[in-house]
Design a protein around this ligand. Sequence first.
Ligand SMILES: CC(C)(COP(=O)(O)OP(=O)(O)OC[C@H]1O[C@@H](n2cnc3c(N)ncnc32)[C@H](O)[C@@H]1OP(=O)(O)O)[C@@H](O)C(=O)NCCC(=O)NCCS
Length: 142
Amino acid sequence: MENEKYEVSSLFNEDIFRQIVEIWQRTGVGNAARGDSFEVVNRTLEHGGKILTLKENDTIIGTVWLTHDNRRLYIHHMALHPDWQGKRLSHYLLEDSLQYAHELGYQAKLEVDRDNLPAKHLYEKYGFKALGDFLVLIKREV
Ligand SMILES: CC(C)(COP(=O)(O)OP(=O)(O)OC[C@H]1O[C@@H](n2cnc3c(N)ncnc32)[C@H](O)[C@@H]1OP(=O)(O)O)[C@@H](O)C(=O)NCCC(=O)NCCS
């Protein structure tokens, strides 16, 4: 990492989770309906996923959650705390995510709202392309 003020870490525990949830909530990438609890995140980590945090000095200012299905790496919940958005800091998280995909030898996939122009611009800059015009569906009841 070129700037020592910023560090990407894959350390994860309950206290870090609390700080991540605050960022998810403040940026709208997480909500209760999604069921993304500490236990759920840990389950994905046991299967080769990662939660990355971006720290400015000792403060967690951004995060991304990576999971895979032994075929593709999925990038979820990329978010920077609102006070740190628009400063070109998310590339630290995205580059480490893509490095992980590269190490695994997997293609990387993500979902982004078509109106989320900064996020779309960021992903396209790193080579992501729209995959058809699919509607994303989910069945919440298990
Ligand atoms: C999306 C997000 C992760 C981007 O991180 P960021 O560090 O704030 O973004 P950057 O400052 O690197 O800006 C991203 C790029 O979008 C560009 N951009 C900013 N506003 C834009 C707009 N309205 N239209 C098009 N491009 C725009 C920036 O100029 C930059 O590109 P550049 O480096 O080529 O100039 C961050 O803003 C965020 O956390 N948003 C809320 C949560 C979210 O939407 N997450 C995405 C879930 S898929």
